[in-house]
Design a protein. Structure first.
Lengths: 285, 257, 378
């Protein structure tokens, strides 16, 4: 008996060790390092100074940060809202489509998911370019004049973020809607509910988990987005991640970059924790 | 019952939204003009130019080396991790699961900067090796979760059936377990491969001189001109993507029936 | 001589739950033996200990004089038909059947010949190249049987093998299983919760309840002379009366007093004494029913009641008849005689009678069994 338990433990450790060691070495230790360096002073030559200090953390209150943090937050939340508004009808429609159509629609949703992020951003840079089709279309319609700049502004960042992150919202919502029993909607109608009411009070609560996953799948990458503001945004549409890269590569102020990263990570983990704790509490009760 | 037309209209609008920019890009890759604004006739000149760009080929080679190594190692590590997570239900596995799950939710930029600091701290030369280490760190998690999902659907009576028919542990693993999990492991591997090929942010942080991957190369092309060349390159990459997605669809289909 | 297959004082716990509690069981070579009981009674655990998937905490499992308690499943000459067949989804029908021989490193030529014979036997020649998901439930069942039998096991274990099939198919496979048992002549250990399956197939049945064997015997013994209220209720339907022995009439019969029911005469094989508390069990088909008062020989009970419900089932009719505080379930076969008469209808006054020997006295059941006794009649 004892030998069997000992053997089982040995097998468990053998199976757990490889990934555990790898992730400890290349994920836990480096992340801890970042959090530690946030409490170090910077030296003027781009290195890390000696001793410990709270100055770096305090400097996050520096006047130009709140603007960036505020921008990061509003762009992320508006992106998430737009993605939900578009993804809910899509998920609903794909789930209710006939088998053959459903396969095709799913395939069409999945392809952008697998397509290179950079290419999809670049495609919009071309479209929004001063010589691009969108601009010329708008000018032709009289909605813009020749001097209007479509690129390098927060709206462009927002548009491209919705474009790239939308599949991440559609797929979980579809997955939840596919398991939803659509007869419930008919039952609600039968009991006198309007379509809108049935949709809001029966369908949306029914796909609650899918909605939550969709929010996390869009919100988390949005908060840490670097590449989209970098390519289609300008200096006035920078987000936190851009500041981190700038502090690392341009200013060579590693403690500062670390403090920002730590703050960003905590901000990103917060909605995760809220959801997970909420879920656990509900399961307990 | 009359159904609202909002869902169908939104879905098609979204699909047009998805594909219009891509189609414009593909069409422009055949445009003889240097500028996307004007159409100057069909031409393959950008594709021909593409083939003479040594930097792109070098970047492609680097990308494939890193992606292949990443895929192989993360398939091995991820599959073993999934087995541990599935088989045991202990406190250790709770920690293990958290550790597997967290890399998926922390921002890319944190992984990038933390690995950069770590590699510098231990004095590791930045280059293909560090890119490979970084990529494997997040790909393991994806593979583990994909394989774990397959394991949860797996009917373990089949394993008992194999033992009942005289197969020992080794035969059962090789003849029954791995063949049945192969589509799941392959899907995880394909995901790892795509993620590795596509990763920009983390690579951007941990890359060193001479270790340019395709996304880094495309990024610098986007930043420093030559749009038609990117159009052509993008079109080629899109074709590769279609093939990969089609293969995955095929793998999962097989498994569904 | 020791029996072919033996469980000696076998016990198995899962945490605080005792799945099998000190079971001893001897099974003869070539016997068709069933373990019958509700879910959670320990029957599957017992089977899995014989297959080698579970090890008993206490006790030994012996096969043909050898102790196989600690032997791993792949080293036992025992094969299993799994509940959902557990066919290998990635292998064809042919490769599924060949699996055991391949693992045993039998020469390919021999494998081919034996598999061909087996496929002919189960008449799946046209489907040999198909994967399990392409064949029907009944065909899967036959592949599972062939895959087990090709290894020439000494015991074939069947774990609820018909549970996944629909009624018609289940009846056909029941016959097929019976024929296969006659053909191969090896020991079958059959686990089921369906008394009909167990009754029609088995040489002997062990009725299990809460990790113990409640009764062991032939199907007729178990049905006609249940040892406990649990067995009486679990096997077939029955009517229970709570009674007290009033007088012992002679060496064979006694008079029972039942609250809310007329006093009845009953066969007293258990030698009960006056004032003993007992249950009287009378099966629904043991009752007779008529509109006119019959004249009866001695040792018969006759009561009068009102028909509360009539359920026509084709081959038979079920009646619910109220007699004072009791509601009797009664089953009657149809006959010319009955059809010529005016049919018995709802609210008719009727006479109900039965022979004293058709009632069966049991000890009062334990309270925890009551929930089981209230299971809906099938």
């Amino acid at each position: 008996m004892v030998r069997r338990i000992a053997q089982k433990l040995k097998v468990e450790w053998l199976l757990t060790m490889p990934s555990l060691v790898w992730l400890t070495l290349l994920f836990v230790i480096p992340t801890t390092l970042v959090f530690a360096i946030a409490f170090k002073p910077a030296d003027p030559w781009g290195g890390i100074g000696a001793g410990w200090t709270l100055d770096t953390i305090r400097s996050l209150g520096n006047p130009n940060y709140p603007a960036i943090i505020w921008r990061t937050l509003w762009i992320s939340f508006v992106t998430t809202a737009c993605c939900l508004v578009l993804a809910i009808p899509c998920g609903y429609y794909i789930a209710r489509a006939q088998q053959r159509w459903r396969r095709l629609l799913l395939l069409l949703t999945v392809i952008p998911f697998w397509t290179s992020f950079l290419i999809r951003i670049f495609a919009w840079k071309v479209l929004l370019h001063p010589d691009g089709h969108v601009k010329r279309g708008l000018v032709a319609l009289g909605l813009a004049d020749e001097s209007t700049m479509l690129l390098y502004r927060s709206e462009a960042v927002l548009l491209v973020m919705v474009y790239t992150l939308l599949p991440f919202a559609i797929l979980p919502i579809y997955a939840a809607a596919e398991k939803f029993d659509f007869k419930l909607l008919e039952a609600a109608r039968d009991l006198g509910a309007t379509p809108w009411r049935a949709f809001r009070q029966i369908f949306l609560p029914g796909i609650r988990r899918g909605l939550l996953t969709a929010v996390l799948m869009v919100l988390i990458p949005s908060l840490g987005m670097y590449i989209i503001p970098d390519i289609v945004g300008g200096p006035r549409s920078e987000m936190i991640a851009n500041k981190i890269a700038q502090r690392t590569f341009v200013d060579r102020n590693v403690p500062h970059a670390s403090a920002l990263s730590a703050a960003l990570t905590l901000a990103v983990m917060a909605p995760m924790l809220v959801v997970l704790l909420g879920r656990r509490k509900r399961e307990v009760s | 019952m009359k159904r609202s037309r909002i869902p169908v209209l939104t879905t098609w609008a979204v699909l047009i939204f998805f594909y219009l920019p891509i189609f414009v890009l593909i069409i422009h890759s055949f445009n003889a003009s240097r500028f996307s604004g004007a159409w100057e006739g069909f031409s393959l000149r950008w594709y021909i130019r593409l083939f003479s760009e040594r930097d792109i080929w070098l970047a492609l080679k680097n990308t494939l080396i890193v992606a292949t190594a990443t895929t192989v190692l993360s398939m091995v590590l991820g599959t073993i991790a999934a087995f541990a997570l599935h088989r045991f239900n202990s406190r250790l596995q709770k920690v293990h699961y958290t550790l597997i799950y967290t890399p998926l939710v922390v921002p890319d930029i944190l992984m990038g900067i933390s690995l950069l600091l770590f590699f510098v701290a231990i004095g590791l030369q930045l280059g293909l090796l560090t890119i490979f280490l970084a990529h494997t760190s997040f790909c393991v998690s994806y593979v583990a979760l994909v394989v774990l999902a397959r394991l949860q659907d797996f009917d373990f009576a089949i394993i008992e059936a194999a033992q009942d028919l005289g197969a020992n542990w080794w035969t059962t693993t090789w003849r029954v377990l791995l063949p049945l999990l192969a589509p799941g492991i392959a899907a995880g591997g394909l995901l790892a491969f795509t993620l590795s090929i596509d990763d920009f942010v983390i690579t951007f942080f941990v890359t060193g001189p001479g270790a340019t991957t395709l996304p880094i190369q495309i990024y610098s092309m986007i930043k420093h001109g030559a749009p038609p060349l990117i159009n052509a390159l993008s079109t080629l990459l899109l074709i590769v993507t279609f093939v990969i997605v089609w293969t995955i669809q095929h793998l999962t289909q097989e498994e569904h029936v | 001589m020791a029996d072919f297959l033996q469980f000696n004082e076998v016990t198995k716990h899962y945490g605080s739950l005792t799945a099998v509690n000190g079971v001893s069981l001897n099974i003869k070579r070539g016997e068709f033996f069933s373990l019958l009981g509700p879910s959670g009674c320990g029957k599957t655990t017992l089977l899995r200990m014989l297959a080698g998937f579970e090890r008993p905490d206490k006790g030994r499992v012996m096969l043909d004089g050898e102790d196989i308690t600690e032997r791993p499943p792949n080293k036992r000459k025992v094969n299993t038909i799994f509940q959902n067949y557990a066919l290998f989804p990635h292998l064809t029908v042919r490769d599924n059947i060949a699996f055991g021989l391949r693992v045993a490193h039998v020469a390919e030529a021999t494998i081919k010949q034996q598999v061909d014979e087996m496929i002919d036997l189960i008449q799946l020649g046209a489907h040999a190249h198909k994967k399990p998901h392409q064949i029907s439930g009944g065909q899967k069942q036959r592949v599972a049987i062939a895959r087990a039998l090709i290894n020439k096991p000494e015991v074939l274990l069947l774990d609820e093998p018909l549970a996944a099939l629909d009624l018609k198919l289940r009846q056909r496979m029941l016959l097929e299983l019976d024929q296969i048992h006659d053909q191969v002549g090896i020991t079958f250990l059959y686990v089921t919760h369906d008394q009909g399956e167990a009754m029609s197939l088995s040489d002997r049945i062990a009725v299990m309840h809460e990790g113990r064997i409640e009764q062991l015997g032939t199907p007729a013994e178990i049905y006609e002379t249940p040892h406990s209220s649990f067995v009486a209720a679990f096997i077939g339907d029955t009517n229970f009366f709570d009674g007290r022995v009033e007088t012992v009439v002679d060496k064979d019969y006694c008079q029972l007093r039942i609250d809310g029911f007329p006093s009845v005469i009953c066969y007293n094989d258990k030698r009960k004494q006056p004032q003993d508390l007992v249950h009287l069990s009378v099966r629904p088909e043991k009752f007779r029913l008529s509109l006119e008062q019959p004249s009866l020989p001695p040792q018969h009970n006759l009561v009068e009641g009102t028909v509360q419900e009539v359920v026509y089932l084709g081959s038979q009719t079920k009646y619910l008849v109220n007699v004072q505080d009791y509601s009797l379930a009664i089953t009657q076969q149809h006959s010319r005689f009955l059809l010529d008469q005016r049919p018995i209808k709802w609210e008719d006054r009727v006479w109900v009678w039965w022979h004293a020997d058709d009632g069966y006295m049991l000890d009062r059941y334990r309270e925890q069994d009551e929930a089981l006794l209230e299971m809906p009649a099938h």
